[in-house]
Ligand binder design. Structure first.
Ligand code: THG
Length: 367
């Protein structure tokens, strides 16, 4: 394989020195930043994630900060999720939509205070959209990208590792809430969240200068817990049904097509820019939707472009993510399927690069 050429445009992270020393074998580019994809092998990393604890450099989950009297108003303009009940110290998974109801991003919103928010973004240029709205509506709010880099601690031993570095109080942080903890004289927000179903935390590392000191402290404290460098794992995230913006959905899809209707309160999300468009489409209901799909046979190749899904000679959808699952002994997949074929148990065919394969629509993801 050809190499990727590094330059200023492809940003390193505060933890890149640690990631390289840990022997990273593969990177992807996410928000114009390096995101590790493999350390030992995708399958070995998966086994380790499910057994021990990993430290993930997810700096590429950049923050869009909203600060000022109109911060809460601006945040509600971006999403059909009703934010009125959200308190400081909470995190919300929020679909972000444009004026047509199309998905622009699927970030985690972090409410620091009434007038200070972070939007922890997936891979799209959300900062530009948010700045455009703030300026176009003449809102009293500052919008920028702060020097904040998330470091995820994921796996069954995540509580034990973080308790050693930040104290036992970290065990009390509840799912999708955060609290502040001190490291080298700095107050850091630590949330119980992360892009795996194995449990764990995300540390919002404020100030690049403490990146490597924190990285080193975690590895020194966790030697006997078998702590390793890791990264979002393709197999585990498909088993868990965690969506990937740009892969599983784009701005052509509504949140309802993505199965994110449970994170929308379109009727009461007054001010949301996509509200009218979403009210129109929600009335009819989506005609295609994301589904877990199991592809028959042995391991299929990586899915680097959508694979057509067919039934009765007609195209009825596409597969956008797939991986061989050792735990479930099948190719776990995420696809978008038309209404006529989305019932659980429906048999379909997938055009893989290796030829046609039978597949089954499932009722739920694997974990
Ligand atoms: N953490 C943070 N920022 C992120 C991600 C993250 N930004 C990029 C990307 N990931 C955004 N996408 C997601 C997708 C899924 C989840 C979070 C961000 C997620 N979903 C849970 C689920 O579906 O089970 C829980 C949702 C809920 O119940 O609220 O965690 O991972 N900081």
């Amino acid at each position: 394989m050809a190499q990727i050429s590094l330059s200023r445009r492809l940003r390193r992270t505060p933890f890149s020195d640690g990631v390289e020393a840990a022997g990273v074998k593969g990177y992807t580019v996410y928000n114009r930043m390096l995101l590790p994809t493999v350390f030992e092998s995708v399958e070995a990393d998966y086994r380790h994630l499910k057994s021990h604890v990993q430290v993930w450099d997810v700096s590429c989950e950049r923050q869009v900060e909203l600060r000022g009297p109109d911060a809460a108003r601006l945040m509600q303009m971006l999403t059909p999720r009703d934010l009125r009940g959200m308190l400081p110290g909470q995190c919300f998974y929020v679909p972000i939509v444009d004026e047509t109801g199309g998905m622009l991003n699927d970030p985690v919103a972090v409410k620091l205070s009434e007038d200070r928010w972070w939007i922890s973004i997936a891979d799209s240029d959300l900062l530009l959209w948010v700045k455009g709205i703030a300026n176009g509506y003449r809102l009293d709010v500052l919008v920028d990208e702060p020097d904040v880099s998330p470091l995820a601690i994921q796996g069954p031993k995540a509580d034990d590792l973080l308790a050693r570095v930040f104290g036992d109080r970290v065990r009390d942080v509840r799912f999708f809430k955060f609290d502040k903890f001190e490291f080298e004289g700095r107050e850091l927000a630590i949330a119980r969240s992360g892009y795996s179903k194995q449990g764990g935390f995300e540390i919002y590392v404020e100030g690049s200068d403490i990146g490597m000191p924190l990285w080193n402290a975690l590895f020194a404290a966790g030697e006997d817990l078998h702590v390793r460098a890791g990264c979002p794992n393709l197999i585990e995230r498909i088993e868990g049904g965690l969506l990937s913006y740009g892969n599983d959905m784009t701005d052509d899809n509504t949140p309802h097509e993505c199965g994110l209707g449970k994170f929308c309160n379109t009727h009461t999300a007054i001010g949301c820019i996509g509200r009218d468009a979403l009210l129109r489409v929600a009335k009819e209901g989506p005609v295609q939707q994301i589904r877990p799909i199991s592809i028959d046979g042995d391991a299929v190749p990586p899915c680097d472009r959508p694979w057509s899904v067919v039934a009765g000679g007609k195209r009825i959808g596409q597969i956008t993510s797939t991986a061989w699952s050792p735990d479930f002994n099948t190719n776990v997949s995420i696809g978008m399927v038309k209404l006529s074929h989305w019932e659980p148990g429906t048999r379909i065919e997938v055009e893989t690069p290796d030829g046609m394969r039978g597949a089954t629509v499932r009722d739920k993801f694997w974990i």
